[in-house]
Design a protein around this ligand. Structure first.
Ligand code: ATP
Length: 279
């Protein structure tokens, strides 16, 4: 009697296997789709963005695409247009011409969908002065469903913030740390920092800020930070965009920029491109 092939002897088992294979196939596809969309859809996509304030051209036909993951440094002299660009990304300014997409969405039309995925710390960092640090943490956590209590506490300790201290009594650097805690504790997909170093002493800048940015990038999330401190940008950024009088003069991976400028420092490259010292 001919031997019954194994798969015919166990049809149910086979169906089960086929089912598993099917699932695995789907999972694989889902993974690929996720991967594809992560690669194909930049976190920030800006095309031909221009902005005037009266006669002043603050942004001039800016094109910028930021793929997911990594630390992006935006550098420019005072008045170059960094904050104006960031305000468009946050949906605080509407594009006069051109388009801005964040996570594929228009941040002006869909502010909640966009802002709930962004952590933001501004130069002004206007926290409510009358709150205590622990009240600020409790108040902020109510807004974000992804708020991570353990991480918030970890940050509070590493930033050496007294939970009972009133915000208005904190130093500028401590206020920056409190703002950074709030911006980080819900683990946003995109962290936007506008001149985060102002008011922070060099050790805090190097140790805390650098570590925060690297951690976020290592977790596959994205950081965009503006700075005029080029040595700091050089230490932490993967990609550098230089802006001068509203125009992007260079946007490339830091390693490529350095390789194509014979190992000069970012400061020297900036001066050669922008023509002024940036400090
Ligand atoms: P800084 O490092 O000094 O903060 P920046 O690179 O962030 O500078 P922006 O604040 O974006 O520069 O300003 C770009 C230009 O647009 C500047 O000339 C500024 O004076 C002008 N500008 C920005 N906002 C306004 C406004 N609301 N009204 C009028 N002019 C503005």
């Amino acid at each position: 009697m001919p031997k019954v092939p194994r798969h015919l002897r166990h049809p149910r088992h086979l169906r089960h296997l086929r089912h598993l294979r099917h699932l695995r196939h789907l999972r694989h596809l889902r993974h690929l789709r996720h991967y594809d969309s992560a690669v194909a859809e930049p976190v920030i996509s800006i095309a031909n963005l221009s902005r005037r304030f009266g006669e002043k051209i603050a942004l001039n036909s800016v094109d910028l695409s930021m793929p997911r993951g990594g630390v992006y440094g935006l550098v420019g002299a005072n008045g170059a247009g960094k904050t104006t660009l960031i305000k468009h990304i946050l949906g605080l300014l509407q594009a006069e011409s051109g388009s801005v997409r964040v996570f594929g969405l228009d941040p002006v039309a869909e502010p909640v969908a966009v802002l709930s995925r962004i952590g933001y710390l501004s130069e002004e960092n206007d926290l409510p002065g009358w709150m205590r640090v622990d009240e600020l943490i409790r108040y902020s956590r109510a807004f974000y469903k992804n708020w991570d209590d353990a991480y918030a506490e970890e940050l509070r300790q590493s930033f050496a913030l007294d939970p009972a201290a009133k915000i208005k009594t904190l130093s500028k650097g401590q206020k920056s740390r409190a703002g950074l805690l709030v911006a980080l504790a819900y683990r946003p997909e995109l962290l936007v920092l506008d001149e985060p170093s102002s008011g922070l002493d060099p050790i805090v800048r190097r140790d805390i800020l650098g570590a925060v940015m690297r951690t976020i990038a290592d977790e596959g999330r994205t950081v965009l930070f503006s700075s005029h401190l080029l040595d700091e940008v050089e230490q932490v950024a993967d990609h550098v965009t230089m802006i001068r009088q509203g125009t992007i003069v260079m946007s490339a991976p830091l390693d490529d920029i350095k390789a194509s400028h014979n190992g000069r420092t970012l400061d020297e490259i900036f001066v050669s491109l922008v023509g002024v010292t940036n400090t």
